[in-house]
Design a protein around this ligand. Structure first.
Ligand SMILES: [Mg+2]
Length: 171
């Protein structure tokens, strides 16, 4: 299912080295709004430390934000010391492809991490990248995102239900 993430987590910093190794992931593309920063632009707690630790383990990072606010995206990228692409146009392939070239990895070695199904997850899946959905840091969204949220919730509900049933089958 193109709208389902491979992994669904509370927040980006819950991603562990073990998770990445198990799935042969060598690079991470990060979303910004509601994934790394709150609306007042404060960073997700400990995200800089998390990023540095994984970088030291050889994991490469790149930011791809759909935001056209370049200064904001740059500020986050500088704090994490990673390259960035603003106005990334996810789920279209262009921004993600640019990031793939920066990372120098195969698509299947890259995880895309974000809080939106219709941009981050579908963008990753269409591009044969590994999709990791996280819960949005805040529920306050811009209008266009707010319209999409109930549909996302319905998809997540179905996804969790299906995953639960699958797990039961294996028991
Ligand atoms: Mg976002």
């Amino acid at each position: 299912m193109i709208a389902y993430p491979k992994i669904y987590l509370e927040k980006a910093t819950d991603i562990t080295e073990k998770m990445l190794i198990e799935n042969n992931i060598k690079g991470i593309i990060l979303d910004v709004d509601n994934t790394l920063i709150y609306y007042n632009k404060t960073l997700l707690e400990n995200v800089d430390v998390w990023c540095k630790v994984l970088q030291q383990k050889g994991i490469k990072f790149c930011i791809v934000s759909n935001s056209n606010k370049k200064d904001k995206v740059k500020m986050v990228a500088n704090k994490l010391d990673v390259p960035y692409i603003s106005f990334g146009m996810k789920p279209l392939k262009r921004g993600l492809n640019k990031a793939q070239k920066i990372l120098g990895l195969k698509n299947e070695e890259i995880a895309v991490v974000g809080d939106q199904i219709f941009t981050d997850v579908i963008g990753a899946n269409r591009n044969k990248m590994f999709s990791i959905l996280v819960k949005p840091l805040e529920t306050k969204d811009i209008l266009i995102t707010r319209i999409k949220r109930p549909l996302e919730e319905a998809i997540i509900h179905k996804y969790l239900k299906q995953r639960g049933e699958k797990e039961n089958v294996h028991k």
